[in-house]
Design a protein around this ligand. Structure first.
Ligand code: GLC
Ligand code: GLC
Length: 799
């Protein structure tokens, strides 16, 4: 069953039934001010950091779900309705939600009035603009009452949900004409406030939640709306809100447009006040003025559209397969940008208070958008590197507001350092900007500790070599990419987190084959980079270390038909046919096969065959088999999940592309494409009811075959799946790969892809590459290297 459809020409997903199986959301904002908005106008806004600068309040896991948002109520006679159906859930005559690139347009109609709400964050603006168009579609005059509503968050989203003995006494607001200002804590240590204004005279307002809603009501039945009148309440403590009342008359056929602006302002200490106790409203007024007419809003909206047109013009394909084209041309790239902005912080599954910017996550996200905004990738790499320690280890995450690393979700993950090489090499190949390697970057943000970024790569590389185990394989540390394979945790206390509890690394023999494969891939990149930089000795040293690692894997990491996953604390095999459960894992098959370890002996292909045989199911490739059915203390969190979920035999979509890429490297185009299509959101659209989450973006996990409901997706949007699938489909299936001094064409195709054209901007030029799979073999004998060019040029590559 479907709940809408793709509108490819407009790059929108159009939801036509508000009762989606889960809130289907979108992100507004691409720089510093962000909003999450669901298809029924639920959601919230924040500035830079969803934890420390939350602007509006949102309750996760509420009942009913997805309550609270950017609501508008229309009272037409005795009927009250919302353009987005919720929260009143009055049956609408028409409903449509169009999620587009950085904007959402929700339209509802009832009894001859239609309300269309366009929401977006204009470029370079610390505000969300909401343009509401009300139209009388009847032949009679109409008078309706319109109410807006948002609930302020007391800035720190974490204490906002906990510290009520204080919170209920701190709320402060100011009202100035049609604008409501939220200034809680402004008089003390904060230098920022928020505001919500409208470009018309208002007929009333409320800023106290209890007054507006009524103590015993939910969002679906506010007292003020029922009465048709706000009480002009001024909040003192409790829960401050912003609600406007506008009485609107519409002649037959008439439309009226109103512009609401929800903004954020920061001021230097000396300029905070207009006069004693009154906030300096000048900057807010300047923002309001920029959007005080529809024409101005339309111009800002056109700029946003042009911005996305440009971003998406950097890689596009015409293949005749519309599900492939819409993933590549629109949604996969869009999701990559969102994951770049958010890392794993704020979605409808990530609360915005749990996680900041992940070291490994952000490096992987880079490959998804570096072709679009290389400058921001550059900045991101330097920020990430600055949270590294002198020995190459690193904090697992940092907060975007401070850019300082922290241990809130653990540390000592021994795969982390490798990802810095991975991200940096992707940046270098895209841009050719070697100057980044000369940038001075501190360790742990400590002044005086600066070394070049190149030195950071070197300590990253050495971190693996300095942490080898008894089989000369990489020690796993707290865990590798799989946060839940906690081989040194031995946790018995349900109140401790597997990621932060004390580890027993001393004397541990726990080694990771996943890091071994990762090390070979990134180590070869590092060796090649050194050679290009003329650092011959370092290049030779790196190549030798990689060769030794390959040997170690061949000797100690092969189980006969597939690669082992690890050795545990005691030096026993993990991911072997000798095990009862967890005999085979996906991660080591992906990485060791990508690294082509044991190629001469046919190991990569055998591993890929075993993956297909043991791990593939109808909805994708599961993480491990057999699933764990009991808690294994020496394996940690992986065995805590019920079978078929998350890291315990769920389809953890993030690692499926590793297999896709390995298949492409092995030249098996049918398999590569089949794996890709299984998890591609556009292919899940027809089974939306089962899949549950948005059919336009990837989710982190789809329930595996051991689960109660195989195929059910969870944790959509913020996942490395986006970048990895982008990488797999753009560089390995369609096969257009940036390299230091060429654009390489090296596709791996199924029979169904006979011909396609990719338009790729690269180093300032435009390549129009048509690939014709004439022989049907799907793979070139040798990759074609297209030289650097100027202007636009067409190329035809025949297979
Ligand atoms: C989550 C984390 C990622 C980790 C993965 C596997 O997606 O964001 O860092 O690698 O889970 O545990
Ligand atoms: C949990 C999740 C994993 C995530 C980690 C982040 O262990 O299962 O996916 O990466 O938390 O802290």
């Amino acid at each position: 069953m479907k709940f809408g459809h793709f509108d490819d020409a407009n790059r929108e997903y159009v939801i036509t039934n508000p009762r989606t199986p889960w809130p289907w959301i979108n992100y507004l904002g691409c720089e510093e001010f962000f909003s999450l908005v669901s298809n029924t106008a639920g959601g919230y806004s924040f500035y830079k950091d969803a934890k420390f600068r939350r602007i509006t309040r949102y309750r996760y896991n509420g009942v009913p779900m997805d309550a609270g948002g950017m609501y508008f109520y229309i009272k037409d006679g005795a009927t009250v309705w919302n353009p987005g159906w919720k929260p009143c859930k009055t049956e609408l005559d028409f409903y449509e939600c169009r999620h587009g690139m950085g904007y959402t347009r929700i339209t509802g109609a009832k009894d001859g009035v239609s309300a269309s709400l366009l929401m977006f964050v204009p470029l370079k603006t610390h505000a969300e603009v909401l343009k509401l168009t009300l139209r009388n579609t009847t032949k009679k005059a109409k008078r309706v009452k319109l109410f807006s509503f948002v609930e302020w968050c007391l800035w720190n989203a974490s204490t906002d949900m906990e510290n009520f003995q204080r919170n209920f006494s701190t709320g402060e607001v100011e009202i100035d004409g049609s604008t409501i200002y939220h200034k809680t804590e402004y008089k003390e240590r904060r230098n920022h406030y928020a505001f919500y204004g409208v470009n018309a005279k208002i007929d009333g307002f409320d800023t106290d939640r209890e007054t507006f809603l009524g103590l015993y009501n939910g969002f679906d039945d506010p007292d003020a709306v029922r009465a048709g009148k706000c009480a002009n309440s001024v909040a003192h403590g409790w829960s401050p809100i912003a609600a406007h009342q506008l009485d609107v008359s519409l002649r037959p056929g008439e439309s009226k447009e109103l512009v609401f602006t929800l903004g954020y302002v920061e001021l230097p200490e000396a300029e905070k006040w207009q006069r004693k106790g009154v906030v300096n409203k000048k900057p807010a007024k300047a923002i309001l003025k920029r959007f005080d007419t529809s024409a101005k809003v339309d111009r800002a909206f056109a700029q946003l559209k042009a911005y996305w047109d440009d971003l998406l013009s950097r890689y596009s394909v015409k293949s005749g397969n519309e599900r492939l084209d819409r993933m590549v041309n629109v949604w996969n790239q869009y999701q990559c940008m969102v994951t770049f902005n958010m890392s794993r912080s704020a979605s409808f599954f990530e609360s915005g208070i749990g996680r900041g910017m992940g070291f490994r996550d952000s490096n992987q996200d880079l490959v998804g958008f570096v072709h679009q905004i290389p400058d921001r990738a550059r900045e991101r790499i330097l920020d990430i590197a600055a949270t590294q320690f002198p020995d190459g280890g690193c904090y697992h995450q940092y907060q975007p507001l401070t850019k300082r690393g922290n241990n809130d979700i653990g540390g000592g993950f021994n795969d982390d350092p490798m990802w810095l090489i991975f991200g940096t090499v992707a940046y270098l190949k895209e841009t050719g900007d070697f100057s980044i390697l000369e940038e001075k970057v501190p360790f742990d943000n400590k002044k005086g500790s600066e070394v070049t970024l190149f030195e950071h790569l070197k300590v990253s590389f050495d971190h693996v070599l300095n942490n080898l185990g008894p089989h000369k394989l990489p020690l796993i540390g707290r865990a590798d990419w799989n946060d839940c394979l906690n081989l040194n945790c031995f946790s018995h206390d349900p109140n401790e987190s597997f990621q932060t509890t004390e580890n027993k690394t001393k004397g541990s023999k726990a080694e990771s084959l996943m890091i071994a494969g990762l090390f070979c891939v990134c180590g070869r990149d590092y060796a090649e980079l050194c050679a290009r930089l003329g650092r011959k000795a370092e290049s030779a040293r790196a190549a030798k270390a990689v060769a030794a690692m390959e040997k170690a894997v061949e000797k100690h990491g092969w189980d006969g038909e597939w690669y082992l996953r690890a050795y545990d604390f005691f030096g026993r095999k993990v991911g072997s046919k000798e095990n009862d459960e967890g005999k085979i894992f996906i991660e080591s098959q992906g990485w060791c096969a990508m690294a082509e370890i044991g190629k001469a002996k046919g190991m990569p292909e055998m591993a890929l065959d075993a993956t297909k045989k043991h791990l593939e199911c109808a909805h994708g490739i599961v993480l491990n088999q057999p699933a764990f059915t009991k808690y294994v203390v020496e394996y940690g969190e992986i065995s805590t999940y019920p079978a078929g979920y998350k890291e315990n035999a769920g389809i953890f979509c993030h690692n499926n592309p590793w297999i896709i890429i390995a298949e492409a490297i092995a030249g098996r185009g049918e398999d590569a494409f089949a794996h890709w299509a299984k998890i591609a959101p556009s292919y899940t659209e027809d089974r939306s009811e089962l899949h549950k989450v948005e059919p336009y973006v990837y989710c982190q996990m789809v329930a595996g075959r051991d689960a109660a409901k195989p195929g059910e997706g969870k944790n959509s949007w913020l996942t490395g799946t986006a970048a990895w699938n982008w990488y797999a489909v753009s560089e390995y299936i369609l096969g257009i790969k940036p390299d230091y001094d060429a654009l390489v064409v090296d596709p791996c195709l199924p029979k169904s892809l006979g011909r396609y054209t990719v338009t790729r901007r690269f180093r300032g030029a435009t390549y129009e590459i048509t690939v014709v799979n004439k022989s049907g073999r799907g793979k070139l004998a040798k990759p074609v290297r297209l030289p650097l060019i100027n202007g636009t040029r067409k190329f035809v590559v025949e297979i």
